[in-house]
Design a binder for this molecule. Structure first.
Ligand code: HEC
Ligand code: HEC
Ligand code: HEC
Ligand code: HEC
Ligand code: HEC
Length: 272
């Protein structure tokens, strides 16, 4: 009897309201996050903060259960830990920098990954934009960059941009359809360049003069190899063009001969 009553009562209770999602309570963060590189790659709130039980009946300040996996990201070392789970290679490089040392010092200004990247409105990393950003980025802390810092920043940009323009040139050439020209070797060089660009973007997080020197030493030869590959493509195109013109001239001459022959045969048969 009691059991039946209990079951009836349970039946009559309205179904539990579905738990609210993070964004239903955090509109500000949602707005910043929308359109970010993480949003576009389906990295959401819980991927960075962890899932957390929330009790809406509790007053603000106590709503979150703050379970084991919940991470606020607000402490600077914590934000690095958070980003590290997906960007391990960057962290490895970052560990060698003074920025990391500063991050571990609670009184120092440096703020882990957030010194240069926004947590919610995370944009695709643009080196020039980050360097010049006075709110978040180099210009915020290095208002008067030392000679070493300036050279390191400017030279790094020039090296990276040099290689990027070589890559763009080869890609443009390959984008046009040119049947009959073999491009295998040049495509291999292109792949190496793309790989190099990717790796230096990670390595520069070491932000020390020796790191920039090592990058420069690697990028120089790679840029030259790319320039050679581009010349080789141009050479092949010219060679192909010459052969094509040769063939066209030959066929043209053949056609003229045939026509002349036909006219002569016609004339002969008319006379006969
Ligand atoms: C890429 C990782 C990442 C993602 C994705 C992310 N956050 Fe955050 N969030 C952080 C970090 C790091 C901080 C600490 C910011 C700081 O200290 O300035 C933070 C801070 C916060 C805070 C505290 C803000 C404050 O000023 O007290 C809230 C609330 C928050 N995030 C909610 C969200 C919600 C909701 C989403 C999804 C729409 C989200 N976050 C997505 C990394 C992330
Ligand atoms: C029912 C509303 C609600 C939901 C759902 C909710 N939060 Fe919160 N959140 C709050 C409130 C209110 C605070 C202020 C602190 C508190 O009450 O615990 C807060 C604080 C935070 C903070 C800052 C914590 C700090 O210590 O400063 C983060 C980060 C955060 N929420 C992330 C999330 C994430 C991620 C989700 C989804 C898994 C989520 N929240 C779901 C209401 C909510
Ligand atoms: C759950 C995994 C995950 C976490 C945690 C995460 N990210 Fe990302 N992040 C990604 C993915 C996926 C991309 C897009 C693909 C890529 O560029 O690697 C991305 C892209 C980025 C980019 C742009 C990269 C580019 O090529 O321009 C930056 C900058 C970035 N994340 C910074 C951060 C920072 C800072 C944090 C910590 C606050 C963080 N990420 C935490 C997964 C994550
Ligand atoms: C949040 C503050 C902050 C931001 C942002 C920041 N730095 Fe630093 N950086 C420091 C501090 C603090 C040091 C330790 C040396 C000092 O006090 O100058 C340092 C040291 C360095 C060093 C090594 C020391 C030297 O002078 O040779 C280089 C190189 C450097 N930063 C480059 C950069 C570059 C490039 C950026 C932007 C991509 C940047 N920093 C952004 C705070 C910052
Ligand atoms: C001192 C400024 C600074 C700090 C601190 C910083 N970054 Fe970056 N990050 C940059 C710059 C500048 C680039 C772009 C480099 C380029 O394109 O040549 C970049 C590029 C990236 C990229 C894209 C390239 C890649 O390796 O995938 C990711 C992801 C990234 N940062 C994540 C992080 C994470 C995670 C942290 C913390 C561990 C962090 N960054 C700390 C300045 C910084």
């Amino acid at each position: 009897m009691m059991l039946l009553l209990g079951a009836l009562l349970a039946f009559q209770q309205p179904p539990a309201a579905p738990a609210k999602t993070c964004v239903e309570c955090h509109r500000e963060e949602e707005k910043e996050w929308q359109g970010s590189i993480h949003f576009r790659n389906t990295i959401g709130c819980a991927d960075c903060h962890g899932k957390d039980a929330v009790d809406e009946s509790k007053p603000d300040g106590q709503k979150h259960a703050r379970g084991k996996t919940f991470s606020t990201g607000k402490v600077k070392v914590v934000n690095v830990e958070m980003c590290k789970t997906c960007h391990a290679g960057v962290f490895e490089a970052f560990k060698g920098s003074q920025h990391w040392e500063e991050t571990q010092d609670p009184d120092a200004k440096s703020n882990g990954c957030l010194a240069c990247h926004a947590p919610h409105a995370t944009a695709p990393a643009d080196r020039r934009a980050i360097q010049n950003d006075a709110k978040r980025g180099c210009a915020n802390c290095h208002r008067k960059p030392t000679a070493t810092q300036r050279v390191a920043m400017e030279d790094y940009c020039k090296n990276a941009e040099g290689l990027e323009s070589e890559v763009a040139r080869i890609r443009d050439w390959l984008a046009k359809d040119r049947p009959g020209i073999s491009t295998k070797a040049e495509r291999e060089v292109l792949d190496e360049c793309v790989h190099k660009l990717k790796s230096i973007r990670t390595e520069q997080h070491g932000a020390q003069p020796p790191v920039y020197e090592k990058i420069a030493k690697g990028v120089g030869p790679q840029s030259r190899a790319a320039a050679d590959a581009y010349s080789s493509l141009m050479g092949k195109e010219q060679e192909f063009g010459k052969r094509f013109t040769g063939l066209a001239l030959f066929l043209g001459a053949l056609l003229v001969n045939l026509l002349l022959m036909r006219a002569w045969l016609k004339q002969r048969s008319a006379h006969a």
